[in-house]
Design a protein around this ligand. Sequence first.
Ligand code: AMP
Ligand code: MG
Ligand code: MG
Length: 297
Amino acid sequence: MSVLIRTMGACVAIAEKAGGVLRDVMASGDLGIVDKGGKNNLQTIADRKAQILIVGSLMKQIPQATVIGEEDDCDYSSDEARLMVTTDTDTEVLQHKCPEQWQALKEEDLVIWVDPLDGTKEFTEGRKQDVTVLIGVAAHGQAIGGVIYQPWFNDQGGRTMWGVVGLGAYGFQIQETPVGRHIITTTRSHMQQSVQEAIDSCKPDKVIQIGGSGSKCVLVAEGIADAYLFASPGTKKWDTCAGEAIIHALGGKFTDVFGKSIDYSAGASFPNKTGVLAAMRDHEFYLSKIPANIMER
Ligand code: AMP
Ligand code: MG
Ligand code: MG
C-alpha cells in the first residue's frame, strides 16, 4: 500500500479520536483557558490534549514524517500522553487507490500540519458548530491530503471529511450552487478593516461570519458559501493545509489574496501573511475585485 493512503487512513482515525477528546473536555465544563497573547489567541486543555493525541499518534504511525502542530510546547513522553496514542486506522480509506503522482512518496517526503482544535475562541464560547480538528498532509510544498473532523456536526455526533488531490473528497454532500451567486465566508472574531474592505469590494450577496478556518473550508467545499476570504495575516499553515487539500481535491482553488499559492514545506514560515482566498469556482472573479494594495492599508 502507498505511504500516502496509509497516512490518510491513520489521519482519519486519529482526527476522530481527537474529536472525542474535545467533546469530553467540553462536557467536563473545565476548559482551562490560557491566553497565548495577541487578539483572541487562546489555548485550552482540549487544544493541548488533542495535540498530544494527534502528534503522538502520528509519530508512532508515520515516524519519518515531519509533524508540525499548533501547540508546540507539549510533553509527549508522560504516561498520560503514551496512553492517548492510537494505532488505529480507517479501513475504508485504505480501500482507495493512491493517485499515480503520489505513489512514490516516502514518509520522509511528508509534512503534516496539525491544528488539534481550530476555532478555540468559539469553543470557549460554546459555539461548537464552528470547531474542527484539522490534519493536512503536504509534499513538495503542496497541500495534497486533508482531514477535517467536525466533533459536533449534529445530534448523532461528528462528521469526517477527507480528500486527496487527484483522488477526490469524501464524507459529505456537495450542493449545486447557482451560477453568479457570491456568498463569502470570513472571520467572526478577527475582523478588521482590510478584511471588510476586501469583502465590500466583491459586493457579495451575503456574508457568513463563522469561527475557525476549517469550518469555512467546509462551507466552501459543500457549496454553502462560494468563497472564503480573509485579507489579513492571522491564519497559519495548520489552519489552511487540510482545507486547501480538500478544496483542491474537488477542483477548487485555494491561494493567498493575491492568487499566490501557499508553501507548506517543512521550512516554510507558519503564518499566512498575505491572507486567504478560496473558491470552488470564480476564484478569478474575487481576485479581480480585491484591491491590489489591500494588505498595506
Ligand atoms: P478566524 O477566521 O478568525 O476564526 O481564524 C481562523 C484561524 O486563524 C483560527 O485558528 C484563528 O485562531 C487564526 N487567526 C486568525 N486571525 C488571527 C489573529 N489575528 N491572531 C491569531 N490567530 C488568528
Ligand atoms: Mg486554527
Ligand atoms: Mg488551534
